[in-house]
Write a protein that binds this ligand. Structure first.
Ligand code: NAD
Ligand code: IPM
Ligand code: MN
Length: 359
């Protein structure tokens, strides 16, 4: 039996509340399946740790994490610690340090999940966002000149390397080819005359190796309009770091809400551990109340099982989630229910166990 070593960084705000439930689901899957087990190691890193030590994680944090099979992360960020310090000191450091250059975010309207769009068929909201996750607008390079003086200037660089663009675009083509779906690149070459012209050029170049993949290209402003007016036009989507960040929150809004939105930070070569996290943040407005929706974190745990080679487990968890959403009796307040975080997850776990009994 294979035992997967999971580093758990529950983080701040609702992070620990939702991650506890994802861990329960992983344990349930392991017990039912029998082929695999998990050993979880908790790391108390985050804003609380920062306030005590002056660091978001120890200096050798990546060294500590590198031999784990995966990282499960809740959320990072708390009032009292500037976001650029907390996020750059932990989440972004791990994404970058472990070359997790693929951020795979499903925007899929599950059966039973609410959708604010009128006249849209459920199956029309089924996209896989491949967000560049290692460079681009998030390069973290720039300068702050003449601070606090009248001539003050700030420069925030976007860094788009050939290697960085090619690998994420190739990954997206491979996925579209494997799944027989269309691929849309989202960029903005009309205004960003270096980075996005380059991006479009590489999208076309890599595309020569995939004549069978039907492609489209869309400007990011129009893409955000079409995601609302005609989401069915998008299947696999590849885009830059910042555009992907913004569009997947929009994606969450049309696919059941932020409490349902999952994502995986992947190092496809498996040289380093990949990291699984919901796309929402630490939700300070509801933290500590026990009402955060655990389903996004549970979905990301399901993505982890898929990444480990058990795609049937992702399907099984998602189908139970659809049953839970359709029944509607054990949902958290963001989904108009009155269940607690653990009440919702426990109901899902019961469905997972029942499904096993029916097999
Ligand atoms: P947020 O995602 O934390 O919250 C936005 C809204 O969604 C809030 O109203 C919140 O209550 C709601 N929400 C979020 N998750 C929910 C859940 N599981 N169930 C029910 N409702 C949920 O975004 P924000 O308010 O912009 O950011 C708060 C903090 O989180 C900031 O410090 C930000 O930098 C950080 N952040 C961290 C991550 C991450 O760690 N991956 C992601 C986004 C934001
Ligand atoms: C996300 C978050 C992060 C991002 C922040 C917290 C740095 O918004 O994972 O979507 O922008 O990548
Ligand atoms: Mn985001």
């Amino acid at each position: 039996m294979k035992t997967y070593r999971i580093a758990v960084i529950a983080g701040d705000g609702v992070g620990p509340e939702v991650i506890a439930e994802a861990v329960k689901v992983l344990k349930t899957a392991a017990e039912i399946d029998g082929r695999f087990a998990f050993s979880f190691t908790d790391f108390p890193w985050g804003c609380g740790y920062y306030l005590k030590t002056g660091k978001m994680m120890p200096d050798n944090g990546l060294e500590i994490l590198k031999d784990f099979d995966a990282i499960l992360l809740g959320a990072v960020g708390a009032p009292g610690v500037p976001d650029h310090i907390s996020l750059r000191g932990l989440l972004l450091k791990i994404r970058r340090g472990f070359d997790q250059y693929i951020n795979l975010r499903p925007v899929r309207l599950l059966e039973g999940a609410p959708c604010p769009l009128k006249d849209v068929k459920r199956e029309d909201i089924n996209m896989t966002f491949i967000r560049e996750n290692s460079e681009g607008e998030y390069s973290g390079t720039g300068a702050w000149l003449y601070k606090d003086q009248p001539e003050e200037v700030v420069i925030q660089n976007g860094v788009f390397s050939r290697k960085g663009c090619e690998r994420v675009i190739r990954y997206a083509y491979e996925l579209a080819k494997k799944e027989g779906r269309t691929l849309t690149s989202i960029s903005k070459a009309n205004a960003l005359n270096y980075s996005m012209v380059f991006w479009d050029q590489i999208f076309a170049e890599v595309g020569k190796d995939y004549p069978e993949v039907k492609t489209g290209s869309c400007l990011v402003d129009a893409a955000s309009m079409f995601m609302v007016k005609d989401p069915g036009r998008f299947q696999v989507v590849v885009t830059s770091n910042l555009f992907g960040d913004i569009l997947t929150d929009l994606g969450a809004a049309i696919a059941g809400g932020i409490g349902l939105a999952a994502g995986a930070n992947l190092n496809p070569e498996r040289k380093y551990p990949s990291m699984f996290e919901p796309i929402h943040g630490s939700a300070p407005d509801i933290a500590g109340k026990g009402i955060a929706n655990p389903l996004a974190s549970i979905w990301t745990a399901a993505q982890m099982l898929n990444f480990f080679g058990y795609p049937e487990w992702e399907s099984r968890i998602l189908s139970c989630m659809e049953q839970l959403l359709s029944e509607g009796r054990h949902l958290t307040p963001d989904l108009k229910g009155s269940a607690s975080t653990s009440g919702c997850a426990d109901a899902l776990i019961r469905l997972i166990i029942e499904k096993k009994a029916q097999r």
